[in-house]
Ligand binder design. Structure first.
Ligand SMILES: Nc1ncnc2c1ncn2[C@@H]1O[C@H](COP(=O)(O)OP(=O)(O)OP(=O)(O)O)[C@@H](O)[C@H]1O
Length: 233
């Protein structure tokens, strides 16, 4: 469904991505793993149209995405939840969710709103609360709920577990499972290797601008090189 083919990208003179190839199938959960600063967010921003690659292309169902503006990419069914929970703090939970559905109107929007409330019971109990007063974990859920309001076929989550307590991290990964059970493919950009490989079917490990390892999550979890480098085992 999503094909990333030989992507090179960077900032000015600095090259960050040096030929990335990745694929995500319909309904799959795929993890993109790697240490701080290896270029995970950069790749994510290339897919979503915020950064133009210097070479290579991204295709979605065979259509070239490279060069399209971000809003057209959202309209085609790809939603991104950026790192750092960018919600509107002065608006209510319900208003934040409604802003995610800017492309939809009427009954369809209502239906989708109810669907999101069912997936995120914590949010549905707090629809009138001002979003800035939510806990960190609730704000993260709101950011994901807002992404889901555009009815994506692929949801890209950039470090959703960052800064959450262990219990909330568990809840967050369970939530990813529920979203996927609705038929939505998920690209999970994470540093939390163990949890990500438990929820994902396949994973890619980014090192020095290249894919250093890839394969089924179970194989990577058993790989001594990965266990030593990323799990300290
Ligand atoms: N706007 C920018 N201008 C210049 N350099 C940037 C910019 N954004 C990111 N970089 C640099 O590009 C490299 C890759 O950054 P990126 O955010 O993609 O990494 P990451 O793997 O997502 O890291 P993290 O896990 O810490 O979020 C880093 O060296 C970073 O400093």
């Amino acid at each position: 469904m999503l094909e990333i083919a030989d992507i090179h990208a960077g900032y000015g003179q600095m090259t960050v991505l040096r030929g990335i190839d990745m694929q995500i199938g319909a309904g799959e959960v795929v993890a993109l793993l790697g240490s701080n600063g290896v270029g995970k967010t950069t790749l994510n921003n290339v897919v979503c149209g915020f950064i133009r690659p210097t070479a290579g292309e991204v295709r979605w169902k065979g259509q070239r995405l490279t060069g399209l503006p971000p809003r057209e990419i959202v309209a085609l069914g790809i939603a991104q939840v950026p790192e750092g929970r960018r919600i509107f703090p002065n608006l209510s939970v319900a208003e934040n969710l409604e802003l995610g559905a800017f492309r939809r109107a009427g009954a369809r929007k209502r239906q989708n709103f109810d669907r999101i409330c069912a997936i995120f019971p914590r949010l549905s109990e707090r629809l009138d609360q001002v979003a800035g007063t939510l806990s960190g974990g609730e704000q993260q859920m709101l950011a994901i709920g807002r992404g889901m309001m555009s009815e994506p076929e692929l949801l890209i989550l950039d470090e959703p577990s960052l800064g959450l307590s262990p219990l909330l991290v568990e809840e967050m990964f369970a939530l990813i499972g529920r979203i996927n059970a609705e038929g939505v493919a998920v690209l999970l950009v994470e540093q939390n290797v163990m949890q990500s490989l438990t929820v994902a079917e396949r994973a890619y490990v980014l090192e020095q601008g290249r894919i250093a390892m890839e394969g089924p999550a179970a194989d990577l979890l058993a790989d001594p090189k990965l266990r030593q480098a990323y799990l300290g085992l």
